[in-house]
Design a protein around this ligand. Sequence first.
Ligand code: TPP
Ligand code: SF4
Ligand code: MG
Length: 301
Amino acid sequence: MSRVTESAAGREVASQEHPVAPYLRMDRMPHIWCPTCGIGTVVKCFATALEEAKIDLDKMAIVSGIGCTGRVAGYMNLDAFHTTHGRAIPFATGLKLGRPELKVTVFSGDGDLVGIGGNHFIHTARRNMDLLVILVNNFIYGMTGGQNAPTTPLGAKTSTMPYGNFERPFNLPHLAASCGAVYVARWTSLHTRRLTRSFKEALGRKGFRFIEVIAPCSTLYARLNRLGTGFDLMRFYHDNAEIRHGADPREVDIGFQEKIVCGKFIDEERPTFSELMHAHYEKTLGDKYVPMPPEGGWTHE
Ligand SMILES: Cc1ncc(C[n+]2csc(CCOP(=O)(O)OP(=O)(O)O)c2C)c(N)n1
Ligand code: SF4
Ligand SMILES: [Mg+2]
């Protein structure tokens, strides 16, 4: 018999259901992710954070680009947008500017956000746009066959660099911090409690917040590099992740099968793009300034 209770966010949970099921579009299951892929774990942590933070889901939207991680938006039982490759951040920016009362989260892959979408990433961080950006870094373009990404560690094998990557990869926390992100953290998909806490904390902040999650691509990255399954990579994270809150982001590069520095590196407050814009126009235009959009957003009933 199923017992129905109410979750923190007011959604009904039947007792035999997984506690985060109300946050997912269960009618779309089974999902496309491979066995021992890390993306599902990150989704579970995010759903748990929404539950624990008691986020009003009617005031929340999620935006993804394209890729295995880009499928996340489609599986979340939220107002969700699956956009074109590399364009999750500009789409989310438009959504936030048009509906400022929404909490907007971008959830996508490394290739999507800092490969094809890299230009959007740096300028949106520079402007301190009020977005939470969750990036699942599996060091590879997963969905399209394991090509080299801007995050592939030196020496790692990919389908387009079969003799090992020789391109210097981005150090993502450093990239985000140097462009102006006000909250920067990195975890692995093994750190489920800490990751959930970090999501919760970042959901409560404003400005450009960036959380990188290192997660296994068991089918391509692990196989091409003979690293075993996703479980073996989780064991690797267990043995090689080092938590160093407040570490200098310049010093958290990731080498191939080397230690992974995790933790919260940046947590500051600075006026967001919209706050600066309103203050500037109020000062320069005075009474002539009509704040845009009207309170509640353009489409508010
Ligand atoms: C404009 C455009 N270029 C290329 C592609 C092909 N493409 C789809 S997903 C993807 C890679 C996604 O990689 P990542 O964001 O790291 O996600 P993952 O699959 O690894 O989670 C690429 C290159 C596309 N869909 N659109
Ligand atoms: S290809 Fe890699 S990233 Fe994509 S679902 Fe499979 S394991 Fe996950
Ligand atoms: Mg990827």
